[in-house]
Design a protein around this ligand. Structure first.
Ligand code: APR
Length: 239
C-alpha cells in the first residue's frame, strides 16, 4: 500500500446500518415498505406530496436519533490524520443522507444524494438546515413561501457535485467503496473511473456488491469491524 497519496472513499447505507438506519435493498430494506416510485421521484412528489413529506420527515427523525458507529469514527480518524500530511488528498463521497460522517468528526464529506437535515425552497432556491417536519407546510425562512421540499436527489434527478467527484477520482491512488450494493449509477461506476486512472480499488461490504468483480480486493464483513482495521493498515503504510 506504499505511495498512497490521494484517497476517495465512497460510502452507502451499509456503513450506517449498525447505527440503526435501514438500508434500501435488503429483504427488510426501506424500498420493500416504500416503493421507490411512490416516495423517491419528482413524479411521486407531484402526485402525493404528503406521502413523500411524511416519508422524509421519518427519515429526518431517524437520522437525528442515530449515532455514528466505529466505521464512521475510523474514517474521521483517517480524514484527520491525512489532513496533517502535506500533499495528500482525501474525499468521502457519501450516498447517505445522514450526517453521521460529520458527527464522527470527518471534515471532507460530499453528499452526492443530498441530506436529510437540509431543505430546498422551490420558490426562491434557498437551502436551509432543517431538523423538524415538512408535512405541516412550514414557510421558507428566506422568502416565506410554502414551497419547501426535502433536499434529496430523487431518482431521475442529477446527483450533486459530479465534477468534483470525477476530478477526485481521476487523482485517486486508492478508491474504497464501503457498504453499498453497487445498484445505483453513477456511484456504482466510480470504481471503473478510479481504476481507469490507475487507482487501487477495494470494497468493504457485508456481501459482494453487484460490481464486486471490478475491485482489486473485496473484504466481506460488517463495516464496524472492517473499516477500523483497514484504516489502521492505511495509516501504518503511510508512516
Ligand atoms: N456493514 C457493511 N455493509 C453492510 C452492512 C454492514 N453492517 N449492512 C449492510 N451492508 C451492505 C449490504 O450488503 C448492501 O450491499 O450495504 C449495502 C447496502 O446497499 P443498499 O441498500 O442498496 O444501499 P446503497 O448502496 O447505499 O444505495 C444506493 O440507492 O435508493 C438509493 O439513494 C439511495 O443512496 C441510496 C442509493
Amino acid at each position: 500500500m506504499a505511495d498512497i497519496r490521494n484517497i476517495v472513499i465512497l460510502t452507502g447505507a451499509g456503513i450506517s446500518a449498525e447505527s440503526g438506519l435501514r438500508t434500501f435493498r435488503a429483504e427488510d430494506g426501506l424500498w420493500e415498505d416504500y416503493p421507490v416510485e411512490d416516495v423517491a421521484t419528482p413524479e411521486a412528489f407531484r402526485r402525493d406530496p404528503e406521502l413523500v413529506q411524511r416519508f422524509y420527515d421519518a427519515r429526518r427523525a431517524g437520522v437525528r436519533e442515530a449515532q455514528p458507529n466505529p466505521a464512521h469514527e475510523a474514517l474521521a480518524r483517517l480524514d484527520r490524520a491525512w489532513a496533517q500530511m502535506p500533499g495528500r488528498e482525501l474525499l468521502i463521497v457519501t450516498q447517505n443522507i445522514d450526517d453521521l460522517h460529520e458527527r464522527a468528526g470527518a471534515a471532507r464529506v460530499l453528499h452526492m444524494h443530498g441530506e436529510a437535515l437540509s431543505v430546498w425552497c422551490m420558490a426562491c432556491d434557498a437551502r436551509h438546515r432543517w431538523e423538524g417536519t415538512l408535512l405541516d407546510g412550514p414557510p421558507c425562512p428566506s422568502c416565506g413561501a410554502v414551497a419547501l421540499r426535502p433536499d434529496i436527489v430523487w431518482f431521475g434527478e442529477m446527483p450533486y457535485r459530479m465534477d468534483e467527484i470525477f476530478a477526485a477520482l481521476a487523482r485517486a491512488d486508492l478508491f474504497v467503496s464501503i457498504g453499498t450494493s453497487g445498484a445505483v449509477y453513477p456511484a456504482a461506476g466510480f470504481v471503473q473511473q478510479a481504476a481507469a486512472h490507475g487507482a487501487r480499488t477495494v470494497e468493504l461490504n457485508l456481501e459482494r456488491s453487484q460490481g464486486s468483480h471490478w475491485f482489486d480486493e473485496s473484504r466481506l464483513g460488517p463495516a464496524s469491524v472492517l473499516v477500523p482495521a483497514w484504516v489502521d493498515e492505511v495509516l501504518e503504510a503511510a508512516r
